[in-house]
Ligand binder design. Structure first.
Ligand code: OOG
Ligand code: MG
Length: 260
């Protein structure tokens, strides 16, 4: 049982995000907090976004690669929600004041053409997918120094803050996505070098895991799924440009404007 209600914790996280500040992790006060509590707080947080007029456009998987698990000290995949307000157009320059302590991750995005409902396997999940493209995710923890347990980060909507989708969308049947080279650069320096194989061994395993985690809920056709970072996340500063190149899928990029 939580001492404070899920909606009170959701408000604390939301207020921190809006003020670009951070709070101490919830498990610091709530010793008995479970993963289910985390997802309940996440639902209350996402409900606040929707109440403000934002729209859910998809889901994200997190902590699907060994590099990410080791970086964060947590060892189980989690999921969160991505919304329209988080979308950054390919090549855009973004106000750094949108974020508190942003980090960037090289990812793939999968577009669902059909409803996907668990329990499912990667091969079955693949049949629900239409397109795939290169993607950058900007994560931003509402906890000081990204310090959290699994239940905390679930409550914080898996640190979701922004995402960029590459312009080259290919049909899943036209490209083998099991082992695509991925290179993320900041201002021309390679800061993350990996493979799509780092994403739970195969990005479609990440998709199937998502469907199974949200079961009995269905992932509706039209859902965008960020499969999870292929390397550790890297902090970004105002003025920096981030570029991701993925074999077969091309490039995507964005820039943080200088601080005004
Ligand atoms: C949690 C989100 C992790 C990924 O791709 O692994 C994530 C965090 O590291 O703050 O988005
Ligand atoms: Mg991610």
């Amino acid at each position: 049982m939580l001492e404070q209600s899920p909606s009170a914790w959701a408000k604390a996280l939301d207020d921190a995000a809006l003020a670009r500040t951070q709070i101490d992790k919830i498990t610091g006060t709530e010793n008995g907090m479970t993963m289910d509590d985390g997802y309940e707080i996440q639902r209350a947080l996402v409900a606040r976004y929707v109440d403000r007029g934002d729209t859910i456009v998809g889901r994200k998987m997190g902590l699907t690669s060994r590099a990410k698990m080791e970086q964060m000290g947590v060892h189980e995949p989690i999921h969160g929600v991505i919304t329209r307000a988080m979308h950054i157009s390919d090549g855009d320059a973004v106000d750094p004041k949108r974020f508190g302590q942003p980090r960037v991750e090289p990812e793939l995005a999968l577009f669902l053409d059909r409803d996907l409902c668990g329990p499912t396997t990667p091969a079955e999940a693949a049949r629900a997918v239409g397109g795939v493209c290169a993607a950058l995710e900007i994560i931003d923890s509402r906890y000081a120094n990204f310090s959290f347990t699994l239940a905390d980060v679930v409550a914080d909507n898996a640190s979701a803050a922004g995402f960029v989708l590459g312009p080259r969308v290919r049909h899943l049947s036209d490209v083998e996505i099991s082992n695509l080279g991925m290179v993320m650069e900041i201002d021309g320096l390679a800061v993350g070098i990996g493979s799509s194989a780092a994403i739970l061994d195969h990005p479609l395993r990440s998709l199937a895991a998502l469907a199974n985690l949200v079961y009995p809920a269905t992932l509706p056709a039209g859902t965008i799924v960020l499969a999870g970072g292929a390397t550790a996340a890297v902090a970004i500063k105002p003025g920096q440009r981030v570029t991701l190149r993925v074999a077969e899928l091309g490039m995507t990029q964005f820039q943080l404007l200088e601080m005004m």
